[in-house]
Design a protein around this ligand. Structure first.
Ligand SMILES: [Zn+2]
Length: 188
């Protein structure tokens, strides 16, 4: 039995195949992240990619979200941040090609240094939590119909979560293949 609070059954479709995990690099929560993946019966069934800020910098050029980022600070601190979306997408392609992944878990976390350092004051006025929702949800929507190459699009189920500093998981959003049965409790 886990000590942690996890999403209830039926909130999202549990992955039946391999998955890709995107997380932050934060070292405080590595064990908590693994515990949650094991709870979802994903032991050794995931590729794992980590970016400081999880989804944050993948949306640096999203026309709706770019205004929320402090680009001057980013340019002096993280020179390649505008390429992170492309680097991430390359890894999604690799995970599809090597392991036939069908689901992506985007696991954001509370008290994220990247969110605190690289969002504008105005953006943070709404609170860090609402920023995690905005950025991870935008990335999820972008990944759902994933273009592998000019001829191939793969439908991915994408799930966004927030890990708190005690290791609890909050489900933020999921976007599923439309052929899966609908979930009464799904958040859209
Ligand atoms: Zn972080």
């Amino acid at each position: 039995m886990s000590y942690f609070i996890y999403p209830e059954r039926g909130v999202y479709h549990l992955p039946k195949k391999n998955i890709l995990v995107l997380s932050c690099i934060d070292l405080r929560l590595t064990d908590n992240l693994l515990e949650f993946l094991h709870f979802d019966n994903l032991t050794n069934r995931y590729d794992h990619f980590a970016l400081a800020g999880t989804s944050l910098m993948t949306q640096a050029e999203n026309p709706k979200l770019t205004i929320l980022l402090d680009h001057a600070k980013l340019e002096s601190g993280i020179k390649s941040y505008k390429n992170w979306n492309e680097v991430w997408r390359d890894h999604v392609r690799i995970a599809i090609a090597l392991h036939d992944i069908r689901d992506v878990y985007i696991i954001e976390h509370e008290d994220c240094g990247a969110y605190q350092n690289f969002l504008t004051k105005e953006a943070l006025a709404d609170g860090e939590h609402s920023c995690h929702v905005k950025f991870s949800k935008a990335l999820a929507k972008e990944l759902h119909q994933f273009q592998v190459d000019d001829q191939t699009t793969v439908t991915l189920n994408v799930h966004c979560f927030l890990l708190d500093l005690r290791g609890n998981i909050e489900h933020l959003y999921s976007i599923h293949d439309k052929d899966l049965p609908s979930l009464a409790s799904a958040k859209e």
